[in-house]
Ligand binder design. Structure first.
Ligand code: GRG
Length: 295
Protein backbone atom coordinates (compact mmCIF):
# COMPACT_ATOMS: atom_id res chain seq x y z
CA UNK A 1 0.00 0.00 0.00
CA UNK A 2 1.37 3.46 -0.87
CA UNK A 3 2.03 6.00 1.88
CA UNK A 4 -0.92 8.04 0.59
CA UNK A 5 -3.33 5.09 0.49
CA UNK A 6 -2.32 4.18 4.04
CA UNK A 7 -2.72 7.76 5.27
CA UNK A 8 -6.12 8.11 3.58
CA UNK A 9 -7.27 4.83 5.15
CA UNK A 10 -6.04 5.89 8.61
CA UNK A 11 -7.80 9.25 8.29
CA UNK A 12 -11.04 7.63 7.15
CA UNK A 13 -10.98 5.24 10.13
CA UNK A 14 -10.21 7.99 12.65
CA UNK A 15 -12.88 10.33 11.23
CA UNK A 16 -15.46 7.55 11.13
CA UNK A 17 -14.84 6.78 14.81
CA UNK A 18 -14.99 10.44 15.81
CA UNK A 19 -18.20 11.09 13.86
CA UNK A 20 -19.78 7.99 15.33
CA UNK A 21 -19.07 9.32 18.84
CA UNK A 22 -20.34 12.78 17.96
CA UNK A 23 -23.65 11.42 16.61
CA UNK A 24 -24.74 8.82 19.17
CA UNK A 25 -27.45 6.27 18.63
CA UNK A 26 -30.57 7.00 20.64
CA UNK A 27 -33.96 5.45 21.17
CA UNK A 28 -35.74 8.65 22.23
CA UNK A 29 -38.46 10.44 20.28
CA UNK A 30 -35.89 12.05 17.98
CA UNK A 31 -34.34 8.65 17.12
CA UNK A 32 -35.13 8.89 13.35
CA UNK A 33 -33.16 12.15 13.19
CA UNK A 34 -30.08 10.62 14.83
CA UNK A 35 -30.41 7.58 12.60
CA UNK A 36 -30.61 9.73 9.46
CA UNK A 37 -27.65 11.83 10.61
CA UNK A 38 -25.56 8.70 11.21
CA UNK A 39 -26.67 7.29 7.86
CA UNK A 40 -25.58 10.51 6.12
CA UNK A 41 -22.25 10.96 7.88
CA UNK A 42 -20.95 7.41 8.45
CA UNK A 43 -19.80 4.59 6.24
CA UNK A 44 -18.65 6.29 3.09
CA UNK A 45 -16.84 9.04 1.29
CA UNK A 46 -13.20 9.62 0.57
CA UNK A 47 -12.87 11.90 3.63
CA UNK A 48 -10.72 14.20 1.51
CA UNK A 49 -11.53 17.33 3.51
CA UNK A 50 -10.60 15.75 6.88
CA UNK A 51 -7.40 14.50 5.28
CA UNK A 52 -6.50 18.04 4.20
CA UNK A 53 -7.31 19.39 7.67
CA UNK A 54 -5.22 16.76 9.46
CA UNK A 55 -2.26 17.02 7.09
CA UNK A 56 -2.31 20.82 7.28
CA UNK A 57 -2.44 20.72 11.08
CA UNK A 58 0.53 18.33 11.14
CA UNK A 59 2.64 20.83 9.19
CA UNK A 60 2.48 23.04 12.29
CA UNK A 61 2.57 20.26 14.89
CA UNK A 62 -0.96 21.09 16.06
CA UNK A 63 -2.44 18.68 18.61
CA UNK A 64 -4.08 15.62 17.07
CA UNK A 65 -7.25 15.69 19.20
CA UNK A 66 -8.20 19.21 18.13
CA UNK A 67 -7.18 18.55 14.54
CA UNK A 68 -9.39 15.48 14.34
CA UNK A 69 -12.34 17.37 15.82
CA UNK A 70 -11.86 20.23 13.32
CA UNK A 71 -11.51 17.69 10.52
CA UNK A 72 -14.77 16.05 11.62
CA UNK A 73 -16.50 19.46 11.74
CA UNK A 74 -15.59 20.21 8.13
CA UNK A 75 -16.77 16.73 7.09
CA UNK A 76 -20.10 17.29 8.90
CA UNK A 77 -20.68 20.41 6.80
CA UNK A 78 -19.70 18.49 3.66
CA UNK A 79 -22.13 15.65 4.51
CA UNK A 80 -24.94 18.13 5.16
CA UNK A 81 -24.29 19.74 1.77
CA UNK A 82 -24.55 16.36 0.04
CA UNK A 83 -27.85 15.51 1.80
CA UNK A 84 -29.40 18.84 0.86
CA UNK A 85 -27.91 18.84 -2.66
CA UNK A 86 -29.52 15.45 -3.33
CA UNK A 87 -33.03 16.60 -2.32
CA UNK A 88 -35.78 16.73 -4.95
CA UNK A 89 -35.77 20.56 -4.79
CA UNK A 90 -32.08 20.59 -5.73
CA UNK A 91 -30.35 17.85 -7.77
CA UNK A 92 -32.98 15.17 -7.05
CA UNK A 93 -30.51 12.27 -6.81
CA UNK A 94 -31.27 8.72 -5.68
CA UNK A 95 -27.73 7.45 -5.20
CA UNK A 96 -24.90 8.78 -3.04
CA UNK A 97 -21.78 7.01 -1.78
CA UNK A 98 -23.15 3.80 -3.30
CA UNK A 99 -26.37 3.88 -1.28
CA UNK A 100 -29.83 5.43 -1.53
CA UNK A 101 -29.69 9.14 -0.74
CA UNK A 102 -30.95 10.18 2.70
CA UNK A 103 -34.39 11.36 1.53
CA UNK A 104 -34.89 8.01 -0.25
CA UNK A 105 -33.71 5.93 2.72
CA UNK A 106 -35.80 8.02 5.15
CA UNK A 107 -38.11 10.76 3.87
CA UNK A 108 -37.70 14.32 2.68
CA UNK A 109 -38.50 16.07 5.96
CA UNK A 110 -36.13 13.81 7.89
CA UNK A 111 -33.39 14.42 5.31
CA UNK A 112 -33.79 18.20 5.63
CA UNK A 113 -33.58 17.93 9.40
CA UNK A 114 -30.61 15.55 9.23
CA UNK A 115 -28.77 18.11 7.09
CA UNK A 116 -29.67 20.87 9.54
CA UNK A 117 -28.49 18.69 12.43
CA UNK A 118 -25.14 17.91 10.77
CA UNK A 119 -24.51 21.59 9.95
CA UNK A 120 -25.21 22.84 13.45
CA UNK A 121 -23.29 20.01 15.09
CA UNK A 122 -20.19 21.11 13.15
CA UNK A 123 -20.19 24.45 14.94
CA UNK A 124 -20.90 22.87 18.32
CA UNK A 125 -17.82 20.69 17.81
CA UNK A 126 -15.58 23.66 16.92
CA UNK A 127 -16.88 25.77 19.82
CA UNK A 128 -16.11 23.04 22.37
CA UNK A 129 -12.98 23.65 24.50
CA UNK A 130 -11.91 20.09 23.68
CA UNK A 131 -11.13 21.37 20.19
CA UNK A 132 -8.74 24.05 21.51
CA UNK A 133 -8.29 25.57 24.97
CA UNK A 134 -7.99 29.14 23.61
CA UNK A 135 -11.36 30.80 22.92
CA UNK A 136 -9.81 33.08 20.26
CA UNK A 137 -8.62 30.06 18.32
CA UNK A 138 -12.06 28.45 18.58
CA UNK A 139 -13.71 31.68 17.41
CA UNK A 140 -11.33 31.81 14.44
CA UNK A 141 -12.23 28.20 13.53
CA UNK A 142 -15.95 28.93 13.77
CA UNK A 143 -15.60 32.08 11.65
CA UNK A 144 -13.55 30.27 8.98
CA UNK A 145 -16.07 27.44 8.65
CA UNK A 146 -19.06 29.82 8.68
CA UNK A 147 -17.53 31.94 5.92
CA UNK A 148 -16.68 28.91 3.78
CA UNK A 149 -20.10 27.29 4.20
CA UNK A 150 -22.32 30.36 3.94
CA UNK A 151 -23.54 32.95 1.48
CA UNK A 152 -20.05 34.03 0.40
CA UNK A 153 -18.96 30.39 0.08
CA UNK A 154 -20.67 27.07 -0.56
CA UNK A 155 -24.31 28.13 -0.19
CA UNK A 156 -23.73 31.18 -2.40
CA UNK A 157 -22.05 28.94 -4.99
CA UNK A 158 -24.98 26.55 -4.92
CA UNK A 159 -27.37 29.47 -5.55
CA UNK A 160 -25.33 30.63 -8.54
CA UNK A 161 -25.24 27.04 -9.81
CA UNK A 162 -29.03 26.69 -9.56
CA UNK A 163 -29.53 30.02 -11.33
CA UNK A 164 -27.09 28.93 -14.06
CA UNK A 165 -29.43 26.14 -15.15
CA UNK A 166 -31.23 28.74 -17.22
CA UNK A 167 -28.20 30.31 -18.91
CA UNK A 168 -24.77 29.32 -20.16
CA UNK A 169 -21.78 30.41 -18.10
CA UNK A 170 -18.39 31.19 -19.60
CA UNK A 171 -15.16 29.72 -18.20
CA UNK A 172 -14.43 32.66 -15.93
CA UNK A 173 -17.87 32.44 -14.32
CA UNK A 174 -17.65 28.70 -13.90
CA UNK A 175 -14.31 29.10 -12.13
CA UNK A 176 -15.89 31.68 -9.82
CA UNK A 177 -18.93 29.48 -9.14
CA UNK A 178 -16.79 26.43 -8.32
CA UNK A 179 -14.44 28.50 -6.19
CA UNK A 180 -17.44 29.14 -3.96
CA UNK A 181 -19.39 25.90 -4.27
CA UNK A 182 -16.60 23.37 -3.71
CA UNK A 183 -13.41 25.41 -3.38
CA UNK A 184 -14.39 27.31 -0.24
CA UNK A 185 -14.79 24.18 1.92
CA UNK A 186 -11.62 22.63 0.52
CA UNK A 187 -9.79 25.86 1.38
CA UNK A 188 -11.33 25.87 4.83
CA UNK A 189 -10.10 22.30 5.43
CA UNK A 190 -6.51 23.50 5.07
CA UNK A 191 -7.25 26.74 6.93
CA UNK A 192 -8.48 25.01 10.09
CA UNK A 193 -5.19 23.11 10.27
CA UNK A 194 -3.27 26.36 9.88
CA UNK A 195 -5.41 28.10 12.54
CA UNK A 196 -4.98 25.26 15.03
CA UNK A 197 -1.24 25.25 14.42
CA UNK A 198 -0.84 29.03 14.77
CA UNK A 199 0.60 29.28 11.23
CA UNK A 200 2.16 32.63 10.26
CA UNK A 201 0.74 34.68 7.36
CA UNK A 202 3.23 33.32 4.80
CA UNK A 203 2.50 29.70 5.63
CA UNK A 204 -1.26 30.34 5.76
CA UNK A 205 -1.16 32.03 2.34
CA UNK A 206 0.85 29.15 0.84
CA UNK A 207 -1.79 26.69 2.04
CA UNK A 208 -4.58 28.95 0.71
CA UNK A 209 -2.93 29.02 -2.71
CA UNK A 210 -2.46 25.25 -2.66
CA UNK A 211 -6.11 24.73 -1.72
CA UNK A 212 -7.33 27.08 -4.45
CA UNK A 213 -5.47 25.17 -7.17
CA UNK A 214 -6.48 21.84 -5.65
CA UNK A 215 -10.15 22.84 -5.38
CA UNK A 216 -10.30 23.77 -9.04
CA UNK A 217 -8.47 20.60 -10.09
CA UNK A 218 -10.94 18.61 -7.94
CA UNK A 219 -13.91 20.19 -9.68
CA UNK A 220 -12.45 19.62 -13.15
CA UNK A 221 -11.85 15.97 -12.20
CA UNK A 222 -15.46 15.76 -10.95
CA UNK A 223 -16.71 17.11 -14.30
CA UNK A 224 -14.53 14.56 -16.14
CA UNK A 225 -15.92 11.75 -13.99
CA UNK A 226 -19.46 12.88 -14.80
CA UNK A 227 -18.57 12.22 -18.46
CA UNK A 228 -16.19 9.26 -18.19
CA UNK A 229 -16.87 7.76 -14.77
CA UNK A 230 -18.60 4.54 -13.85
CA UNK A 231 -21.73 4.86 -11.71
CA UNK A 232 -21.15 1.65 -9.74
CA UNK A 233 -17.54 2.60 -8.98
CA UNK A 234 -18.34 6.21 -8.08
CA UNK A 235 -21.45 5.34 -6.08
CA UNK A 236 -23.42 8.25 -7.53
CA UNK A 237 -25.21 9.06 -10.75
CA UNK A 238 -23.18 10.16 -13.79
CA UNK A 239 -24.00 12.05 -16.99
CA UNK A 240 -26.17 14.53 -15.15
CA UNK A 241 -24.40 17.67 -16.35
CA UNK A 242 -24.77 16.84 -20.03
CA UNK A 243 -28.39 15.73 -19.54
CA UNK A 244 -29.13 19.08 -17.87
CA UNK A 245 -27.31 20.94 -20.67
CA UNK A 246 -25.02 22.52 -18.09
CA UNK A 247 -21.78 24.23 -19.08
CA UNK A 248 -18.88 22.50 -17.32
CA UNK A 249 -15.10 22.53 -17.59
CA UNK A 250 -15.43 19.58 -19.97
CA UNK A 251 -18.07 21.19 -22.20
CA UNK A 252 -15.96 24.35 -22.40
CA UNK A 253 -12.44 22.88 -22.63
CA UNK A 254 -13.10 19.41 -24.08
CA UNK A 255 -11.97 16.22 -22.36
CA UNK A 256 -8.29 16.60 -23.29
CA UNK A 257 -8.26 20.31 -22.48
CA UNK A 258 -9.89 19.69 -19.09
CA UNK A 259 -7.39 16.93 -18.28
CA UNK A 260 -4.47 19.17 -19.22
CA UNK A 261 -5.84 22.04 -17.14
CA UNK A 262 -6.31 19.77 -14.10
CA UNK A 263 -2.77 18.39 -14.44
CA UNK A 264 -1.37 21.93 -14.65
CA UNK A 265 -3.27 22.94 -11.53
CA UNK A 266 -1.97 19.93 -9.61
CA UNK A 267 1.61 20.84 -10.54
CA UNK A 268 0.95 24.43 -9.42
CA UNK A 269 -0.64 23.20 -6.18
CA UNK A 270 2.42 21.06 -5.38
CA UNK A 271 4.77 23.98 -6.01
CA UNK A 272 2.82 26.20 -3.62
CA UNK A 273 4.03 23.97 -0.80
CA UNK A 274 7.78 24.40 -1.46
CA UNK A 275 8.33 26.12 1.87
CA UNK A 276 7.20 22.98 3.71
CA UNK A 277 9.67 20.72 1.82
CA UNK A 278 9.10 16.97 2.28
CA UNK A 279 6.72 17.50 5.23
CA UNK A 280 4.04 18.36 2.65
CA UNK A 281 4.59 15.27 0.48
CA UNK A 282 1.22 13.74 1.38
CA UNK A 283 -0.56 16.99 0.48
CA UNK A 284 1.24 16.91 -2.90
CA UNK A 285 0.33 13.25 -3.36
CA UNK A 286 -3.34 13.78 -2.55
CA UNK A 287 -3.51 16.46 -5.25
CA UNK A 288 -2.34 13.87 -7.81
CA UNK A 289 -4.85 11.38 -6.43
CA UNK A 290 -7.70 13.87 -6.79
CA UNK A 291 -7.27 14.07 -10.56
CA UNK A 292 -6.55 10.37 -11.06
CA UNK A 293 -9.32 8.85 -8.90
CA UNK A 294 -11.87 6.79 -10.78
CA UNK A 295 -9.53 6.13 -13.71
C1 GRG B 1 -27.05 22.23 -0.77
C2 GRG B 1 -26.09 24.03 0.68
C3 GRG B 1 -25.91 23.09 -0.39
C4 GRG B 1 -24.73 23.02 -1.00
C5 GRG B 1 -24.39 22.03 -1.99
C6 GRG B 1 -20.94 21.04 -2.49
C7 GRG B 1 -22.35 21.08 -2.86
C8 GRG B 1 -23.07 22.32 -2.58
C9 GRG B 1 -22.98 20.03 -3.41
C10 GRG B 1 -22.37 18.76 -3.71
C11 GRG B 1 -22.79 18.36 -5.06
C12 GRG B 1 -21.66 17.94 -5.88
C13 GRG B 1 -21.73 16.56 -6.42
C14 GRG B 1 -20.66 18.78 -6.16
C15 GRG B 1 -19.52 18.42 -6.97
C16 GRG B 1 -18.26 18.31 -6.21
C17 GRG B 1 -18.41 17.58 -4.95
C18 GRG B 1 -18.51 18.39 -3.73
C19 GRG B 1 -18.44 16.26 -4.95
C20 GRG B 1 -18.59 15.41 -3.76
O1 GRG B 1 -17.45 15.48 -2.96
P1 GRG B 1 -16.50 14.22 -2.75
O2 GRG B 1 -16.12 13.65 -4.09
O3 GRG B 1 -17.51 13.22 -2.04
O4 GRG B 1 -15.38 14.59 -1.85
P2 GRG B 1 -17.27 12.08 -0.94
O5 GRG B 1 -18.51 11.21 -1.04
O6 GRG B 1 -16.01 11.33 -1.30
O7 GRG B 1 -17.17 12.77 0.37
Amino acid sequence: MSDLAEALRDTAQAVEARLSTLIPETDGAAAPLYKAMRYSALGGGKRLRPFLALQSARLFDAGETGALRAAAAVELVHCYSLVHDDLPAMDDDDLRRGRPTTHIAFDEATAILAGDGLLTLAFEVLADPETHPDGDVRAALVAALARAAGMAGMVGGQMIDLAAEHRTLDLERIIELQRLKTGALIGCSCAVGAILGGADATAGAALDDYARDLGLAFQIADDLLDVEGDESQLGKGVGKDAAAGKATFVSLLGVDGARARAAGLVADAAARLDMFDSRADLLRAVAEYVINRGH
